[in-house]
Design a protein around this ligand. Sequence first.
Ligand code: CMC
Length: 431
Amino acid sequence: MAQTLTVTDNRNGKTYELPIENGAIRSVAFNQMKLDADDPLDHGLVCYDPASMNTASCKSTITYIDGDRGILEYRGYPIEQLAEKSTFLETAYLLIHGDLPTAVQFEKWKHDISDHTMVHENVKNFIGGFHHDAHPMGILLSTVGALSTFYSDANDIFDPEQRRMSVNRLIGKMPTIAALAYRHSKGFPYNQPDADLSYAGNYLNMMFKMLEPRYQPAPEIERALDVLFILHADHEQNCSTNTMRIVGSSHPDPYSATAAAIAALYGPLHGGANEVVLRMLHRIGTLENVPAFIASVKAGKERLMGFGHRIYKNYDPRAAIIKRMADQVLSITVTTPLLDVARELERIGLEDEYFVSRKLYPNVDFYSGFMYQAMGIPVEMFPVLFALARTAGWMAQWQESLLDPEQKIGRPRQIYLGKTRRDYVPMTERA
Ligand code: CMC
């Protein structure tokens, strides 16, 4: 079977044969399709793809998604198996290094990460400068950006040792900064990291330890949080990962690029959705209000947050895992009437023609908020936890992009539809 695509330009009858590689054609191949081949000002055709609906921006070996079949794999391992058998730290190693670690490699990795959980005292002072009700996502993105001023050597991004240090520092410090943002908002003293606890357990310790000499997280909560981190660790070329890659393509230090990725994640259509889902449920309040809410969604006045996905058009496998886990976690924590509202929204969403015809299913953010809430984590921290876990994926994708010889500084084209050239008119002569 020929791996080519034949294109006829009906403007001039010319035919072109474009190679197909890995199921893709190169957009630059359209440059040769000119109306007049001799005109140096004719730059040929460009591909117009707002929101990158059908444009691959990179080759990657990290995460595979089949949205129609609801498949998500990290480095070939199904998300269901990782959620059942792995830990977040092991999964982070897998994403960054490409394979699961041996026992020796894992011990070193754990040690390297926990070695970097502390932050400079000036980072704490920096956080202390935020207003008490500052959104923790704003604190996280500013503080991660500020880390670049603490590690000036990190600019040397083509030195493998500098990259390794940055990756370890970011994965190690993210829970610390997240917890500091929360403690600051409460006016509580900051807690030190505890190297004897797991990654998730240490985060809970830094969040919630009060006067007890040693904080011991409930094992069910600790495991559930770790699984949530696994589920959020990577998701191929989503908005924030694409930001990490495109900002990284101009070769700044990784702290600056990660701050940009956090900003991209913050929006309610992406990682901010988990927070907005809970706020939406609070607004709906009771089961009686559900029909009016659904009517308003169907009238196009608002969105059912936590539903829909650009890639998953069958179901989001992460949501399925969370839903199963939610029953377990919620059985040992306080229940909330909002869960009934969520279940009713889900029931309607899975049956109603509006949602079915548009292939809108619950996504990862629909139930994750309940889990976080049941763990006592305040709603504004939900996107922070998404960012904390996604840092593993951002690091893997950033490194892959830097080392890809085909990558250059990202620079999309545009279709200019503005005014044609005109002369400047002095203000006194303008109509
Ligand atoms: N509620 C109601 N209608 C929706 C929703 C929704 N949540 N999502 C999409 N639609 C409708 C949309 O109005 C459009 O209808 P029509 O064809 O009549 O104009 C159709 O479905 C297609 O929507 P789209 O906006 O073209 O889809 P998209 O692929 O650009 O958007 C999305 C994907 C996730 C941004 C969107 O589904 C959405 O806004 N969902 C709610 C926010 C959310 O839960 N985000 C978390 C995503 S998962 C976590 C992550 O990875 O970030």
